[in-house]
Design a protein around this ligand. Sequence first.
Ligand code: SAH
Length: 247
Amino acid sequence: MAPMNDLRSARIRLYVEQPLGEGQTVPLTGDQAHYLFAVMRLVPGDPVLVFDGKSGEWLADVVEAKKRAGVLVCRENTRPLQLPPDLWLCFAPIKKTRTDFIVEKAAELGAARICPVQTEFTNSERIRRDRLQAHAVEAAEQCGGTYVPEVADLQKLSDLLDAWPEGRHLMFCDEALVGAGQALGEAPKGPWAILIGPEGGFSETERARLRALPFAHPVSLGPRVLRADTAAVAALTVWQQALGDWG
Ligand code: SAH
């Protein structure tokens, strides 16, 4: 077991892409080295917590610290991998900073996958997937997660629904149900996805298709119309409380 002071002083958590294991050498990217050594002022011998999204969290030591390069060595496993529930967050991208917020909150609240979808009234035609993925990584690093949800490429809502995986339920957050008191209720366990529309809401065609889907559960998020970013956080919270890993 690592000395307690090492665990306590290892305040920095870093997501790395390479697989980790005891004694494993971890070369750092230029950005990671800059962050650890220039910003956080770590020196050889200092402890860092690292995770790869697959093997839990590891205590590692800095063995080489250069300006834009460096090496860590994994000492021991400190936490097992904790996967989130099998929950996707599907949402129509909105303004840049608000979309960043949605991705950050989805990673913190425990979504397994984040799927930006283009609906009829979606304001933005493009997303920076790498940028959004970096936000998910940062959120996992700071919230103590050992898993990073994957941010998928932007796809059309109709394409997503055409290829919908069998057995996955859909919590369809429908603004037309504002105040209808239609809660998630006694929903079945299993794989799920949440769907949040854009600022303009869903079109009537989309709503009709969504309501007719056998796997869709239309849900109201209360008596007020929420902004899409608020709605995403509220829906994730309600779902986690009812069916997720909070209990
Ligand atoms: N412009 C629309 C509102 C869109 S709000 C209107 O005025 O009706 C953006 C998204 O948040 C919606 O598409 C829906 O998915 C979700 N949302 C917001 N408030 C909601 C509520 N009270 N119930 C269910 N979904 C809601």
